[in-house]
Write a protein that binds this ligand. Sequence first.
Ligand SMILES: Cc1cc2nc3c(=O)[nH]c(=O)nc-3n(C[C@H](O)[C@H](O)[C@H](O)COP(=O)(O)OP(=O)(O)OC[C@H]3O[C@@H](n4cnc5c(N)ncnc54)[C@H](O)[C@@H]3O)c2cc1C
Ligand SMILES: *[C@@H]1O[C@H](CO)[C@@H](O)[C@H](O)[C@H]1NC(C)=O
Ligand SMILES: *[C@@H]1O[C@H](CO)[C@@H](O)[C@H](O)[C@H]1NC(C)=O
Length: 645
Amino acid sequence: MVDIATTLPAILPLLAFLYVRNFDQSYTVSRNNWDLEYDFIIVGGGSAGAVLANRLSEISDWKILLLEAGGSDNILSDIPLAAASLQQTPIDWAYQIEPQEASCFGLINRRMHWPRGKVLGGSSVLNYMVYIRGNRRDFDNWVRLGNVGWSYEEVLPYFIKSEDNRDPSIAFNGFHGVGGYLTVSSPPDVTPVGLAFPEAGKFLGYPNIDLNGPIQTGWAIPQGTVRRGARCSTSKAFLLPTKDRPNLHVLTFSYVTKILFNEDKRAIGVQFDRFSLTHVVYVRKEVIVSGGSINSPQLLMLSGIGPADHLNAFGIPIIADLPVGNNLHDHIYPGVHFSLEAKGVSIVQRRVVSLPNIIKYFTSGRGPLTIIGGIEGLGFIKTKYANYSDDFPDFQIHLLSGDISSDDGQNFRRVQGITRELYEQYYLPYTSFDSFSFYPVMLHPKSRGFIRLRSTSPYDPPIIDPKYLTHPDDILSMVDAMKICIAGGLTPAYRKFGSKLFSRIIPGCESYPVLSDEYLACQARTYIQTIYHPVGTCRMGPADDERSVVDPELRVLGGVKGLRVVDGSIMPVITSGNTNAPIIMIAEKISDLIKGVQLPPMRFPGGDIKRMSVGQINYTKIYEIFEEAKQEFAALTNMQKRVNK
Ligand SMILES: Cc1cc2nc3c(=O)[nH]c(=O)nc-3n(C[C@H](O)[C@H](O)[C@H](O)COP(=O)(O)OP(=O)(O)OC[C@H]3O[C@@H](n4cnc5c(N)ncnc54)[C@H](O)[C@@H]3O)c2cc1C
Ligand SMILES: *[C@@H]1O[C@H](CO)[C@@H](O)[C@H](O)[C@H]1NC(C)=O
Ligand SMILES: *[C@@H]1O[C@H](CO)[C@@H](O)[C@H](O)[C@H]1NC(C)=O
C-alpha cells in the first residue's frame, strides 16, 4: 500500500536511530567460516527452512548448516503496511511467468510478476502476514490421496506448537496455542472500512467467526503474524532465538547450485556460490531442500532429479526420473473495486504516510502502518458451485482498504505490471477517492501448470507457466464470486459511506453488456493477480503414484537417499487459505519426524460440526443487490454513450 522510497527522506533520521534497535529484532548473524561436513544441510532459510534450522538444532549433538541465497531482513521490511514496496528490490527473486493464453490481458506482455523472498525468512519477509491455516478438509483430503499422517487431527498439534496467539478472545477457544515462537495477533487499529466488513458479511448471512476455528465459512477481521505491530517473519520468530546455538551455522549470500550424490544415489553434500567463489560442503545425514515452490524444483532438476526427457534435452545426467515441476498451481483473484463518498475511512497513501503515523508506529506499534499489507477483512464464501451443506468455501474474499490507485500509481501499478491503458482508463479516475477492493481468491483452482529449466545455468530463472484460467470450471466459479463481491460492497455497511462500484468499462471488454457473465469473465481474464501461493511442484504422495516426487515423510523418491524437500512445493493440493502457516506447520511436523517423535493427534476440539451453525447465506439477497448494481451500471454507461454522441 505504501511506497517506502518516496517517503524515505522524511524519516531518515528516525531510521538511523532505529538502526541500532534492529540488532535485537532481526537475525543478523552470518558467518564467514564454516566446516567441511555437517549432519544436516538446509538449503533456503524461508518459511520452512527457518523452522527446520531451529528445531533440528535443538539436538545439540547435531551440527546444522543453513545456506541462504539472500541476506537478513531489517526494520523497513518489518513495516506491515509497506509490504508491497519490498517487491522488485534486492530481497525479491522477482520472477515473471510466461505470457498467459487465457488471462493477464491487462498486464504488460501478458506476464505476471511473481515475487519470492530472497532473504532470511524467505517469502515470510515479503508476505502480507495474513494468518490462515486452511480448511480441515484440505488435510483430510491429503490423506485420501495416500499421505498417511497428514489428517487435520494429526497436523493441528503442529499449528498450535508454533503459535503464540496474543488475542485472549481467540487464544483459548481450543484451537490455538500460546507461548510458541510465532507471534499471531489481531490488528491494533482498524479503519472504518475494515470495521464494516464483518457487518457486511452478516447482512448476507455469513457469521463473524475465528477463521481458524471450528468452521471456516464466515467473514472476519483477520489475525496476522505480527509482533508488537511489526512483521513477525520466520527469521524473527525462529532464527533470532537460536543465535547463540553453537551447532547451528547460518551462511547468508550462499546460493546452492547443485546437490551432490554418490554412485548409490545418496546425497553427500552440496555445491554453493558465495561472493563469486564456488564451494562444496558435505553432509553426514541429510540434505533438506527448502528453496520454495520455484527454486526447489529448479535445484532438483539442475541436480539430475526431474522428468527424464526434459533433463536429457539439456544433457543433465539423470539421478531419478520424477515429475518435478508438474502440478504447479496457485491462488488468483480478480479485482472488484468501490469508490466512497466519505473521506478518511480507508487507506490513502498521501494521508496515511505522515510523520505522526510513522512516529506512532515506531514508538508504540500502533496506527495505520501496522495494517497487514492493507488487508483488513477476510470472507470465506461459497459460490453456487460449492456444496451448500458443507463447510468447504470455494473463494476467500480479501478486503483491501484501498485500490491500485491509492498510492497515486507509484508502486502497485508497477509491481503488478499493469498496462498503461488499463491503469489510465480504469483506475486513474479514482485516485482522489477513498476506496476499497474485494479480491475473491479462488481456493480450489483446477488449472495446472509447470516449472521447467530454461537452461543449465542456475542463474537463469526457470520457465514458470501456471496456465491460469485454462480450466473452464475456474472462470465460471470466478464470475459467481465476483457477483457476491459486488453485492458485499453494496450492503448497508458500505452504502453508509456512499460506496459505488467502479463504473468505467474495462479496456477490451467493450463488446459485452456491462456486468453480464461474459463481461465479468472478460474482466477476470484482463486482470487477475496472484496472491503469491504457488505450490505443488514437488508433490507429496505414495511411492506407487506416478505423480509423486516425495513420499509422505517428504523423502525424495526414485531410489534417492538422504534428501528431503520441505516447503510449499510438497503440497499435493493447495490448502484453502494463505500458505505461510501451513508451510510452517509442515516444517514443524517433519522436524519431529526427523527426530523420530510425533505429537499425538488432537481430537477435533469443536465438537460435532453438524450442530454448528455455518450461517444462512441469503443468495436471494446477494443476487438482488447484484442485479441492482447491474441496472445502475448499465444506466450510467448508456448515459455516457449519449454524452459522447
Ligand atoms: C508478496 C507475498 C505476499 C504473501 N502474503 C501472504 C499472507 O498474507 N499470508 C500467508 O499465509 N502467506 C502469504 N504469502 C505466501 C507465503 O509467504 C509463502 O507461501 C511462504 O513464505 C513460502 O514458504 P517456503 O518455505 O515454501 O518458501 P520461501 O519462504 O520463499 O523460502 C525459500 C527460501 O530459500 C531461499 N533459496 C531458494 N533457492 C535457494 C538456493 N538454491 N540456495 C540457497 N537459498 C535458496 C530463498 O532465498 C528463500 O529465502 C505471500 C507471499 C508473497 C511473496
Ligand atoms: C455436500 O456436503 C454434505 C455434507 O458434508 C455431504 O453429505 C454431501 O454428500 C455433499 N454433496 C456433494 C454433491 O458432494
Ligand atoms: C433473504 O433476502 C430476501 C430479499 O432481501 C428476504 O426477503 C428474505 O426474507 C431473506 N431470507 C432470509 C431467510 O433471511
